[in-house]
Write a protein that binds this ligand. Structure first.
Ligand code: FAD
Length: 441
């Protein structure tokens, strides 16, 4: 498990009715519920385990525009403002700081890619500084090595994964919303098409609006409703070291290893993009769509084991609404760490940053990163089930854009002017299977 996740109170009673029910208490679900509650809606947030306990507390904490896909850039920029505004509005602390992100490289090809991205960033008003060799070596002085170049993105930052989702959940409670932990949503009810309720393990909540922010569980949940959502989870293993290293950058990326300062003064260490693919029935089903992504990333992805089968998040099974579901059998996805990756990450980090030799390993953990075939989340109402909004598939970069995603979901629900153009995110783009068959939704 990652470092201690902050606790949140559970509301004493499940409401019989709500204006909106949000399923899933990760960063996306909590921000969606928060922005709905701010608009005066009666919101119930249901979480099968603990608020923030899956991906949203297992990540590095980076909130970045740097190197973002153009489709996600507006949401990334808005999110940085929203992280700041949230603290001022709610009085809650997510640990967000615009500390800037530092990227260092000795590869001409990588530097050329960053320079191209900088040119694009300028066209959308985002500032990022390319560093020449002298500047990169100076900024990276704690490595004690010369660097050909780098990038510093001053307006980006980090938030604290252990406190962010719980802080937002507390803000929901302050606004009069309710938060229900150990409460899995098993399914939904409809009345002649439109959604009319959310069935949970503790009873049904009557509502016309449900948001599924279920992370790695979203596809199997959608499958119960006949909705096709291609999703594949990649198991990523990372570690934290104790405080004690002086003079390191707050957030540093290199091809070998990346390092992020934690709220307790320790550091999170990880190898970007590295992970294991644990075969599951769902992965096999969607493999034609994911093949191009897996091929592109073949150097950093390795085959995994039976973890995915055991966890149950990618089952193809149909479940009943009146009996325990796979979500109740796996309250918190806490997959086994890949020990070889942890050893490699640690030794690369000690080699890159000698001050880390004054620290010891505090924790190591893994998380399932829920991905879509094009690496962009699916956010939008499903036409076949009016009132059902999908928001999942954040593909390894959803923590930083959690506030913007939550705001957009609230805009969709309330019919307000959307904070960003919602079209690039709409799940309709997943309707077509690899064989050209178009699903009904
Ligand atoms: C190792 C690692 C490093 C990462 N680094 C970064 C980073 O630096 N920056 C960044 O932006 N992103 C990063 N990410 C990705 C980021 O963590 C995710 O994209 C983001 O947290 C997704 O949030 P979410 O709310 O969609 O999903 P989650 O946080 O996974 O939350 C989904 C929640 O839904 C609940 N749930 C599911 N089904 C049900 C149900 N039926 N009923 C009730 N509850 C349900 C689950 O229990 C879970 O708590 C990283 C991820 C990992 C694993």
């Amino acid at each position: 498990m990652p470092a201690p996740l902050k606790l949140v109170d559970t509301s004493p009673e499940l409401p019989e009715a709500a204006d909106a029910v949000v399923i899933g208490g990760g960063i996306v679900g909590v921000f969606a519920a928060y922005y709905l509650a701010r608009r005066g809606m009666k919101v119930a947030l249901v979480e099968k385990g603990r608020i923030g306990a899956e991906q949203s507390s297992r990540n590095w904490g980076w909130c970045r525009q740097q190197n973002r896909d153009a489709r996600e850039m507006p949401m990334a920029t808005k999110s940085l403002d929203l992280w700041e505004r949230f603290a001022a509005e709610s009085g809650e602390d997510t640990g967000f700081r615009r500390c800037g992100l530092l990227y260092l490289s000795n590869s001409e090809e990588e530097l050329a890619g960053w320079a191209r991205w900088r040119d694009f960033a300028r066209t959308v008003g985002v500032t990022t500084h390319m560093l020449d060799s002298a500047q990169a070596t100076e900024r990276g002085r704690s490595t004690g090595k010369p660097w050909k170049g780098g990038v510093f993105s001053p307006t980006d930052g980090t938030a604290d994964p252990a406190s962010a989702a719980p802080a937002v959940a507390r803000a929901i409670l302050k606004l009069g919303g309710t938060v229900h932990q150990s409460c899995a949503a098993r399914g939904i009810e409809t009345e002649g098409g439109p959604l009319s309720g959310v069935v949970t393990e503790h009873g049904t909540i009557r509502t016309k609006t449900a948001v599924l922010a279920g992370g790695a569980w979203a596809s199997s949940f959608c499958r119960q409703l006949g909705i096709r959502f291609p999703q594949a989870a990649i198991r990523s293993s990372i570690l934290a070291v104790s405080p004690g290293a002086i003079g390191l950058p707050d957030a540093l990326h290199t091809a070998a290893v990346s390092v992020t300062r934690r709220a307790d003064g320790g550091y999170t260490l990880a190898i970007s993009g590295r992970g294991r693919v644990d075969p599951t029935p769902q992965q096999l089903r969607f493999s034609p769509q994911f093949l191009p992504m897996f091929v592109k990333r073949w150097r950093s992805l390795a085959p995994g084991g039976l973890e995915g089968f055991r966890s149950g998040h990618e089952t193809l099974a149909r479940w009943r609404l009146d009996a325990p579901t796979p979500m109740e059998r796996m309250r918190i996805l806490d997959p086994a760490v890949d020990k070889a990756t942890i050893r490699l990450t640690h030794s690369r980090a000690l080699d890159l940053l000698p001050p880390l030799k004054n620290t010891s390993i505090a924790a190591a953990w893994a998380g399932y990163i829920d991905s879509t075939p094009d690496g962009v989340p699916g956010i939008g109402e499903i036409a076949a089930v009016p009132g059902f909004i999908l928001a999942a598939g954040f593909s390894g970069h959803g923590f930083g854009i959690g506030p913007g995603a939550g705001h957009l979901i609230a805009d969709i629900v309330t019919g307000n002017e959307p904070i960003v153009d919602p079209r690039p995110y709409h799940p309709d783009r997943f309707r077509k299977s690899a064989w050209g068959k178009v699903a009904d939704f």
